[in-house]
Design a protein around this ligand. Structure first.
Ligand code: PAF
Length: 288
């Protein structure tokens, strides 16, 4: 596996792959890799001849506060995992390589970035869209792979790739979960034991909402079911609870007549150093 730290080095590596006629797949990550990331790599391996992974904790998608500094970093372990998974090249830039002195250009999906999770974390999706555009431009892949857990992020990236005519196929990969239902996330290792025990409430709340949908519940009923379930878990502080029509990513109301996306986010742990976890579920209309 080639380990590249400079833009020029990863470009040379990818040019080498392309010279051999390979289809290149990109898996962008912020490191602290877990089985969910490896599922993205496996998906990329299945579709592409060569797989490139990026590890970059992107400062522009973090809000003010401690979350960026607290984000887990485990480079040696990440490299070993990627090597074991047969990845062809990993790009591990410094902040100054991605945002050189004088950098002033941003990419923003002007509607999507401000809704839902974006309203709770202003600027977050602009940071994501900007860094993903840079990483796509640097590595020029044919295919790029993202987790479905970050449901709104995936919608933002799909929209931006479409709007900017980016020559890449964007793939969503289903969420991997621990045995108790907690969605795998690099942030899970920051949870204190009691919060780790409480965190599966997100998946349980989504299960209850899905069961309600099967009994004919409206979107409003389902959101109430989620709020009530999370409220019963005193260690969780609900930050966001939203429903969107999956085809348009517009707010959903009333009966479930089309594919629906439910998104929740909640904080655990100390109020001055919280761990923010998110989860999502797609609901297909009955008989659909
Ligand atoms: O999902 C993530 O890990 C990040 O948001 C991404 C897509 C790598 C951009 O920094």
């Amino acid at each position: 596996m080639q380990i590249c730290r400079r833009v020029g080095d990863i470009r040379t590596a990818v040019a080498g792959f392309r010279a051999g006629g390979a289809r290149v797949g990109l898996v962008p990550t912020m490191g602290a890799l877990h089985a969910g990331h490896m599922a993205l790599v496996a998906e990329a391996r299945g579709i592409c001849d060569r797989v490139v992974v990026t590890i970059f904790v992107n400062p522009t998608q973090f809000g003010a506060g401690a979350d960026l500094a607290a984000y887990p970093r485990r480079e040696a372990q990440d490299i070993a995992m990627l090597e074991g998974a047969g990845v062809d090249a990993v790009f591990i830039p410094e902040v100054g390589d991605i945002y050189p002195e004088g950098d002033e250009t941003v990419v923003e999906t002007t509607r999507l970035a401000r809704l839902f999770h974006g309203a709770v974390r202003p600027g977050h999706f602009r940071g994501v869209a900007t860094v993903v555009t840079k990483l796509l431009n640097i590595t020029a892949p044919d295919h790029a792979f993202f987790g479905e857990k970050d449901y709104q992020q995936l919608a933002v990236i799909r929209r931006m790739a479409r709007d900017l005519f980016l020559p890449v196929a964007v793939h969503g990969v289903p969420t991997l979960r621990d045995a108790d239902g907690l969605a795998l996330s690099s942030r899970n290792i920051r949870l204190a034991p009691a919060d780790r025990a409480a965190a599966p409430v997100l998946n349980r709340a989504l299960d209850l909402a899905e069961a309600a949908a099967r009994s004919g519940a409206t979107v409003e009923d389902m959101l109430a079911v989620i709020r009530a379930a999370v409220a019963r878990e005193t260690r969780a502080r609900l930050r966001g609870c939203d429903a969107v029509w999956a085809d348009s990513f517009t707010p959903a109301t009333g009966p479930v007549t089309r594919r629906l996306g439910l998104m929740i986010s909640a904080e655990f742990g100390a109020a001055d150093d919280p761990v923010l976890l998110i989860d999502q579920r797609e609901i297909t209309p009955q008989g659909g």
